[in-house]
Design a protein around this ligand. Sequence first.
Ligand SMILES: Nc1nc(=O)c2c([nH]1)NC[C@@H]1CN(c3ccc(C(=O)N[C@@H](CCC(=O)O)C(=O)O)cc3)C=[N+]21
Ligand SMILES: [Mg+2]
Length: 311
Amino acid sequence: MAVKLHLDTEFCSMTIAPSSSDKPRILDGKRTANAITAEVREAVEREGLTPGLAVVLVGDDPASQVYVRNKGRRAKACGFLSRQYDLPATTTQAELLALVESLNGDSKIHGILVQLPLPAQIDADCVIQAIAPDKDVDGFHYVNVGRLVTGAIGAALLPCTPKGVMHLIEQALGPDLSGKRAVVIGRSNIVGKPMASLLLAHNATVTVIHSRTPSPAEICRQADIVVAAVGVPGLVTAEWVKPGAVVIDVGINRVEDDDGSAQLVGDVDFEVVAPLASAITPVPGGVGPMTIAMLMHNTLQAARRQVAVST
Ligand SMILES: Nc1nc(=O)c2c([nH]1)NC[C@@H]1CN(c3ccc(C(=O)N[C@@H](CCC(=O)O)C(=O)O)cc3)C=[N+]21
Ligand SMILES: [Mg+2]
């Protein structure tokens, strides 16, 4: 059974035909993310909605500050109400829970994102579970996880990174992955596990490999679709990839270049794997921008549902 999935039909018009040559197709996440953002903006105008997104940042980690600022910019570009809450690194769990509670009750706010990681004195899971499930635009609440795993995908808010990855896979292979073998490398709650569930919902035959898996390259080499999400720079080399596979790189690793400058690299050794792949995502400019675009799409979806309920 083909499952009608996470994105509205309006986004399906963007599916691009697979390349006919043996040159690998670079799946351009930046371009796709820009197109999705434009469609979200149009939908906001057409429907006369003002989705509200609250992003909560605790502490002053510079990387988190950059991400949060980018999310706010994108939200404004979509015509959303965008609010950012900056809390000190010394914030207590009770204070953070009180803010989440007030946002749960705020009818102007349809999506709540608490930026991770959180300082050590705060129990991140407890905070995530305090977010109203229908405002959980990260898709991390147990209710949304449960919806995804049971196949109630239409009711779920899906985690942004797996949802963005699925969109890129759809560009290469279409939405029905019947007969395809997918290997997910990594088993985190924010990428690996929901990614496996989403691929399964699209009828792929899914294997998850991780740090305790013997002969991972041998298993990965069977895959028509590889999603790498472990945070090990350049882990996936030529021996891991079957010629013609679709390779998605979720890794965002900051490493030092030969000349000592900082560089962003993925979990895939792009230089050696790209010539083998039928389609591949770059880092940067692949999955990362899609994550933010899907956050915008989730916030639109959340707003639509909350407005429908209240009218
Ligand atoms: N509650 C929560 N939700 C998140 O979704 C969440 C989070 N916490 N904590 C941190 C991670 C990380 N994350 C990224 C989003 C976009 C890029 C992105 O746009 N990357 C660009 C490059 C950015 C750069 O240069 O650093 C790219 O890959 O092209 C990266 C990483 C969301 N996260
Ligand atoms: Mg990327």
